[in-house]
Ligand binder design. Structure first.
Ligand SMILES: *[C@@H]1O[C@H](CO)[C@@H](O)[C@H](O)[C@H]1NC(C)=O
Ligand SMILES: *[C@@H]1O[C@H](CO)[C@@H](O)[C@H](O)[C@H]1NC(C)=O
Ligand SMILES: *[C@@H]1O[C@H](CO)[C@@H](O)[C@H](O)[C@H]1NC(C)=O
Ligand SMILES: *[C@@H]1O[C@H](CO)[C@@H](O)[C@H](O)[C@H]1NC(C)=O
Length: 387
């Protein structure tokens, strides 16, 4: 009924674990390099040599860390020029991009892979897991649309509520949580005229997808990073879909990234969306991210890729490792910095991602819903981002 999904995101600020780890390493190393005593001028060359002899390896490491940090921030930056160059690089060029080596972490003194993928030959034989119908008491799910009720909302341009979202009252929201055989929910696409329009040809293609990896770039933003590391089986069974708007289309075409006659750029099938419903591109971006079950009605599984990240693993392997083996329905990356929605709300305001008033409305409701201050999930930081 609801499709299962994996969300692969890099935090959209500079607080990712990785960066912090690199930062703290360089900091401690620098400290150790500083000798505590003074040296006279004549002693200096010898002293320097001695230091160099003793710590040359640290210097090399520092350089390496510096390079890594530089490369990872370059992937994270928006500068169209630098990304343009990155895309043209061959796969064996240095840096983070296009690297297939596994990410590891030390658990109990043992270095382990973060993602425990099956070996390549087994990946080739992975089938999409078809879960038996769940024992859910919900038999019918109805998405409310503007035609269901006497809705007279106008298309609001600057508001949170428009024909796309509808204008759900708190009472309606409360009712939608009640488990009954037929459940009616507001879930975006409230009205046919609500925006986020997709060509019929693209819709038809999207209806064929059983497993989808998707991403988006609206407002001219980011370049596409080509996915790599997929099995031959996934190449056959998985749709890679990138949602663009006409601004991104124009920007990318100007940079020479043209959509082919078949609708693809590399592995990505590009779907150009018309009539984005929100002024704020961050909100528009939430539509394909959160509503992939609406966009891909036949898909059983979906993986979301942040536009600043490159997807470098076999998607079926990822689903197997994160969902199928543990009988899970959702996998989400740990927040790099915060474990509290209320702290996240403060950060959202501080970074001017939304107005304090807008955030307050949401936070008040979360408190009323009794969402705990520090919500940990299996002891891990998990953060529901406001917006
Ligand atoms: C949404 O509904 C509320 C009452 O339920 C109303 O006060 C508000 O004006 C409506 N907003 C829009 C944009 O229609
Ligand atoms: C909404 O549209 C009107 C006219 O179409 C415009 O004057 C107004 O500035 C817009 N509001 C926002 C928040 O962009
Ligand atoms: C995948 O397909 C390519 C060419 O179609 C082939 O060369 C390669 O051996 C295949 N890989 C596996 C693991 O089957
Ligand atoms: C994108 O579409 C909108 C609405 O149709 C139009 O106003 C705008 O000029 C278009 N922008 C580009 C870059 O084509």
């Amino acid at each position: 009924m609801f499709s299962n999904s994996v969300s692969i995101t890099m935090s959209d600020d500079d607080e990712s674990n990785e960066t912090n780890r690199f930062r703290s390493t360089t900091r401690t190393r620098r400290k150790r390099k500083k000798p505590g005593h003074r040296t006279t001028t004549s002693e200096l060359p010898r002293c320097f040599l001695r230091l160099l002899l003793r710590y040359w390896i640290l210097l090399v490491l520092l350089l390496a860390f510096g390079l890594l940090l530089f490369e990872s921030t370059r992937i994270g930056t928006k500068s169209p020029n630098s990304e343009h160059n990155q895309l043209k690089k061959s796969p064996d060029s240095s840096g983070n991009l296009n690297r297939l080596d596994p990410t590891t972490k030390v658990i109990g003194g043992v270095r382990q892979r973060c993602l425990k993928l099956l070996p390549p030959e087994e990946l080739e034989h992975l089938d999409i897991l078809d879960r038996k119908d769940s024992t859910s008491p919900v038999k019918k799910l109805v998405y409310l649309t503007g035609t269901d009720s006497s809705s007279s909302h106008v298309r609001g341009n600057g508001t949170r509520f428009n024909l796309f979202t509808g204008n759900q009252s708190f009472a309606e929201r409360e009712t939608s949580f009640q488990v009954t055989e037929t459940v009616s929910v507001h879930c975006g696409f409230f009205n046919e005229n609500g925006g986020f329009r997709i060509e019929d040809e693209d819709k038809m293609f999207m209806q064929t997808c059983q497993v989808v990896v998707s991403t988006c770039a609206f407002g001219g933003g980011d370049n596409l990073y080509q996915p790599i590391g997929m099995s031959n089986a996934s190449t056959q069974k998985v749709c890679y879909v990138a949602f663009w708007d006409n601004v991104t289309l124009a920007t990318q075409e100007a940079e020479g990234h043209k959509i082919g006659d078949n609708g693809y750029i590399g592995k990505w099938r590009v779907v150009v969306v018309k009539d984005l419903p929100f002024m704020d591109q961050r909100l528009n971006g939430k539509i394909p991210k959160m509503l992939s079950h609406r966009l891909f009605p036949e898909a059983k599984y979906s993986i979301w890729v942040d536009s600043k990240s490159q997807f470098r693993r076999d998607p079926l392997g990822v689903l197997d490792a994160l969902l199928w083996r543990t009988n899970s329905v959702l996998a989400i990356s740990e927040h790099g910095a915060r474990g509290s929605v209320y702290d996240e709300a403060k950060a959202v305001v501080k970074k001017h991602k939304a107005t304090p008033e807008e955030v307050q409305v949401q936070i008040n409701q979360y408190r009323r819903d009794k969402l705990p201050e520090d919500k940990r999930f299996n002891g891990k930081k998990l953060c529901l981002k406001p917006l």
